[in-house]
Design a protein. Structure first.
Length: 339
């Protein structure tokens, strides 16, 4: 059987950074040279792989919709030529990019695995080597048909992942969905959690730079300060509420703002500040009012996936009503709808 072919898309991030006088920075030539010194990457059990570099290489804090479109174009342009894709990316916004790609790559059936590292490959002690090798092996398998994030021994659904630790080597979690595979002595897949193959033709949805905001509720929040931004400037808002979707009850300024924003076509999604668990609008009096005012439940979606989903739905040119309906549906396994 011929070896699988994988395209590696190098976007930047710690994995390929080297020491400079101004601290770690991505350096293309140095990274390519380091990769050539790892014989395991070219072993017969490995897939054949080729690498394209994004220009410029970025610290992922600088990623925008433009780069998401550029990554999507690389995948779309080479989709028939490769069996899978590995995206080397900084950890800071990897969960956002994974979420965005999960929506943008419509009818995707190929493994698209994002990975990176907390310590660059240039250091003697690093997590880059294993993350890259295992991501390549996963991308060359036959089981994954979705956008995933591989890091620190765990394969996670991309739009369920969050960056959980700024310094641990196991930096990502998937608090509301099972791990898709664990890489121990063997790579053990949890088949029931994996996305099945989908039917239809692959296509890429480019994203538009829609004005989207995230508001985190805190004790004493003065919502009136957000009035004009919520009702006039933003098209989509993710509100991170307490617990199961609660806001301070004394805040009577919020509901008229939400009502006005919804009437103006702004889509407001309620998420929880708790990484684990789900929003349940109406479970408490304090959350029921949100629903009555026109906000939509994000259930157990991550803020990262909610932001990406808003970009995606607005970019598809749907009506407000259609966007609202799809926000409450799971499109790519990004949320669990309670029965
Ligand atoms: N600032 C880096 C980035 O996200 C951090 C990392 O890659 O771990 O690009």
């Amino acid at each position: 059987m011929s070896r699988k072919r994988i395209l590696v898309i190098y976007t930047g991030g710690t994995i390929g950074m080297t020491r400079t006088d101004h601290g770690y920075a991505p350096q293309k030539e140095a990274f390519h040279a380091l990769l050539q010194q790892i014989p395991e990457l070219y072993a017969p059990v490995m897939p054949e792989w080729e690498m394209v570099d994004m220009d410029p290489l970025l610290d992922s804090s600088n990623i925008t919709v433009l780069e998401w479109n550029a990554i999507g174009e690389q995948i779309a342009c080479h989709y028939p030529d490769y069996d899978g894709f590995v995206i080397l990316h900084g950890t800071d916004t990897m969960a956002y990019t994974a979420s965005a790609l999960s929506f943008m790559l419509r009818k995707n059936n190929k493994p698209v695995i994002l990975t990176g590292s907390q310590i660059p490959l240039c250091e003697v002690r690093n997590d880059a080597r294993d993350n890259l090798i295992t991501a390549l092996l996963i991308a060359s398998g036959n089981l994954v048909h979705e956008v995933c994030l591989y890091f620190g021994g765990k394969l996670l659904r991309g739009n369920r992942a969050i960056k959980y630790s700024a310094d641990d080597l196991i930096a990502f979690e998937s608090p509301n969905y099972p791990v898709l595979a664990e890489a121990g002595i063997e790579i053990r897949y949890h088949q029931a959690a994996l996305m099945p193959r989908c039917r239809g033709d692959f296509s890429l949805q480019h994203l538009m730079n829609t004005p989207i905001g995230v508001i985190k509720v805190f004790p004493g929040i003065q919502f009136e300060l957000f009035d004009s931004i919520m009702t006039e400037k933003l098209k989509g808002i993710v509100i991170e509420t307490f617990g199961a979707g609660n806001i301070p009850r004394h805040v009577d300024s919020l509901l008229p703002i939400i009502r006005k924003a919804s009437d103006n076509g702004t889509i407001i999604i309620v998420c929880s500040q708790c990484p684990h668990g789900t929003v349940s609008l109406g479970a408490y009096e304090t959350s029921n009012t949100l629903k009555e005012a026109g906000a939509i439940s994000g259930y157990d979606i991550t803020t990262e996936a909610a932001v990406a989903k808003l970009y995606y739905l607005f970019s598809r040119g749907l009506s407000d009503r259609e966007i609202r309906i799809r926000m409450e549906r799971s499109l790519r396994g990004e949320m669990t709808i309670p029965r």
